[in-house]
Design a protein around this ligand. Structure first.
Ligand SMILES: Nc1ncnc2c1ncn2[C@@H]1O[C@H](COP(=O)(O)OP(=O)(O)O)[C@@H](O)[C@H]1O
Ligand SMILES: Nc1ccn([C@@H]2O[C@H](COP(=O)(O)OP(=O)(O)O)[C@@H](O)[C@H]2O)c(=O)n1
Length: 215
């Protein structure tokens, strides 16, 4: 079973995807880390993230980079959303994600285009959302916990800018797949959101297809 979990920054999709992977005994890939890894390399090499050809040359990297704690940084997320708009960058990372999705036994992947581009065949598709203000509060708390000194206003502005870039790019824009169920976590605790997601997957499995939208 392939479970596709998409949604904007700090909506809770990673938390839900990890919990689903554990619950259903499936491997999990946070595809945002791939774009973050490319972004980190671009930053380390002091390249211009707007120059597609230079960024493409950074797309072949070792899996060990995915464990680098610097990938979680705010600036890396911002640069990731710039490099991810380049079609050649998306193409360079496509097969890696497809291979992961299509491994025997299934997998859980979270990102922006899993249900639409990476695994349109997924049996279960969730689109996780929350209001920009609530997402900014979550990301702000996370960044502060990690020692970053950044204001809530700045995090909210960054989240809005990233939403905009991710939704407007021409190649694989962030959007809810037609057959994806919507899960709004704005007013749900982590436990409640995870419980709801598990129930949605169970319902989809019972029906043998993608779940109907619930709120
Ligand atoms: N339903 C929720 N309620 C409160 N905090 C949440 C909820 N879901 C996730 N979080 C917290 O918000 C932050 C971002 O969650 P994460 O799952 O990493 O989001 P995403 O993968 O969509 O960027 C994390 O610190 C996480 O613990
Ligand atoms: N499948 C994906 C995953 C991430 N991305 C890009 O990578 C950036 C970082 O993704 P992420 O999932 O790590 O970001 P957060 O949602 O955790 O903040 C996003 O803003 C997107 O621009 C993408 O284009 N496609």
């Amino acid at each position: 079973m392939i479970i596709a979990v998409d949604g904007p920054a700090a909506s809770g999709k990673g938390t839900i995807a990890r919990a689903l992977a554990q619950h259903f005994g499936l491997p999990h890939l946070d595809t945002g880390l791939l774009y973050r890894a490319v972004a980190l390399r671009v930053m380390d090499e002091e390249l211009d993230p707007a120059r597609e050809a230079d960024v493409v040359a950074m797309c072949d990297f070792d899996d060990r980079l995915l464990a680098d704690p610097r990938l979680r940084g705010d600036d890396v997320g911002k640069t990731a959303s710039i490099v991810s708009a380049h079609p050649l960058v998306r193409a360079a990372l496509l097969q890696r994600q497809r291979r992961f999705a299509q491994q025997p036994g299934g997998a859980v992947l979270d990102g922006r285009d899993i249900g639409t581009v990476i695994a349109p065949e997924a049996e279960v598709k969730l689109f996780v959302k929350a209001t920009p203000t609530i997402r900014a509060q979550r990301r702000h708390a996370e960044l502060r916990k990690g020692g970053a000194n950044v204001s809530l206003d700045r995090v909210l502005a960054d989240i809005r800018a990233r939403d905009d870039r991710d939704a407007r790019r021409s190649d694989a824009p962030m959007r809810q797949a037609a057959d994806a169920a919507l899960l709004d976590t704005s007013f749900l605790s982590i436990d409640a959101a995870v419980q709801k997601a598990v129930a949605m997957v169970e319902a989809a499995k019972a029906r043998g297809g993608a779940p109907a939208s619930t709120r």
